[in-house]
Design a protein around this ligand. Structure first.
Ligand code: ZN
Ligand code: ZN
Length: 361
């Protein structure tokens, strides 16, 4: 089968690989749609450490073709959304209702049993996030797939697997934005636009889009933003002016840049919350005065995978889509074939898409 394989830092290509059948507790999924996410790019450029060679891809939807022994949650023919975190249901975090932190196995490029089903010329090839679904097929742990209703298009469903769930969940679950509150979103790419949508769904009265690009802030208005700032201007000052010097209830940082993280903490009102969604480099540091948080009652919280419970929230987000409250179709700016993956990554780096999706023939 064809797959997008990263061979080393800054080197990847579309190549032929071999795929072994699913073992116990695993499923074979024929991919229908694969989202192109910033984290794939972060594996390529080394921001997220990974073993090489590895099949990219961790956001997608497809059809179960075959199940290994002991699989009970899905059957061949089922449509599924892939989750980039497995949900074992039994580890420390899963039993505490924090399945987005599931620690059933180490993310070392293998499946749960410590081996990979993908190989090339007899040599093992790792997979990203137990999935590696930027490929025609993926063998994944059954606890990494969630069955979905068959009336939802695969392209829309694919986005639920990572970007949309992270963004919407950051607003409705991680921060639990309250109706009538004020929100600012730093960074209006695919995840940032999903935060905007989540804040709208949660009933925020004011949603300020912050980005260097006027075009992206304009796009954010289509998803529910009520205000934007001057591109390249002093966003913190402008938001203080908008809120009568009070500051904003919730600021979401969806870039992973230390300077914008500091701006988010600054712009949050006394008692407000800064939510860190964007993933920065391991060596980068942001700084906040030791005096500020205790004296202002501000909170700074991290958002992992939108605090998702995939079994509950994937169907919920699909339902919001079906009812027209969550716009997934509008998020898909462009589709690509698997062979066009390099073009998809170029567009991702240029930031021209809300989301690019690879559609498998
Ligand atoms: Zn992702
Ligand atoms: Zn677990």
């Amino acid at each position: 089968m064809k797959a997008v394989v990263a061979d080393a830092q800054d080197s990847y290509s579309v190549v032929d690989v071999d795929l072994a059948p699913p073992k116990t507790g695993e499923v074979l999924v024929r991919m229908a749609a694969t989202g192109v996410c910033h984290s794939d790019l972060s594996i390529i450029n080394g921001t997220i450490p990974s073993p090489f060679p590895t099949v990219l891809g961790h956001e997608g939807a497809g059809v179960v073709e075959e199940v290994g022994e002991g699989v009970t949650n899905v059957s061949p023919g089922d449509h599924v959304i892939l989750s980039f975190i497995p949900h074992c249901g039994e580890c420390f975090h899963c039993v505490r209702d924090e399945p987005y932190l599931c620690i059933v196995a180490k993310q070392d490029g293998n499946l749960l049993d410590g081996t990979t089903r993908v190989s090339r010329n007899g040599e093992p090839v790792f997979v990203m996030s137990f999935l590696g679904n930027m490929a025609e097929y993926a063998v994944a742990p059954s606890i990494s797939v969630v069955p979905m209703a068959k009336d939802v298009p695969f392209q829309a469903a694919a986005l639920i697997g990572c970007g949309v769930t992270t963004g919407v969940g950051a607003a409705v679950k991680t921060a639990a934005v309250r109706p009538g509150s004020t929100v600012a979103v730093w960074g209006c790419g695919g995840v940032g636009l999903s935060v905007v949508q989540g804040a709208r769904i949660a009933g925020a009265s004011r949603i300020v889009a912050v980005d260097l690009s006027a075009e992206k802030m304009e796009m954010a208005r289509r998803f529910g933003a009520t205000d934007s700032v001057t591109p390249g201007g002093d966003a913190v000052r402008e938001i203080f002016e908008m809120t009568g010097r009070i500051g904003i209830d919730y600021a979401f940082e969806v870039i992973g840049n230390p300077r914008t993280i500091e701006q988010c903490i600054k712009v949050v009102r006394r008692g407000g919350t800064a939510v860190l969604v964007g993933v920065g480099g391991a060596k980068e540091r942001f700084s906040v005065s030791s005096l500020v948080l205790p004296l202002t009652g501000k909170s700074v919280i991290g958002c992992m995978y939108g605090s998702v419970n995939t079994k509950v929230d994937f169907p919920l987000y699909l339902d919001l889509y079906r009812r027209g409250r969550l716009d997934l179709d509008g998020m898909i700016t462009r589709t690509y074939t698997l062979d066009e993956a390099p073009r998809a990554f170029e567009d991702l780096e240029k930031g021209v898409n809300a989301r690019g999706v690879i559609v498998h023939g």
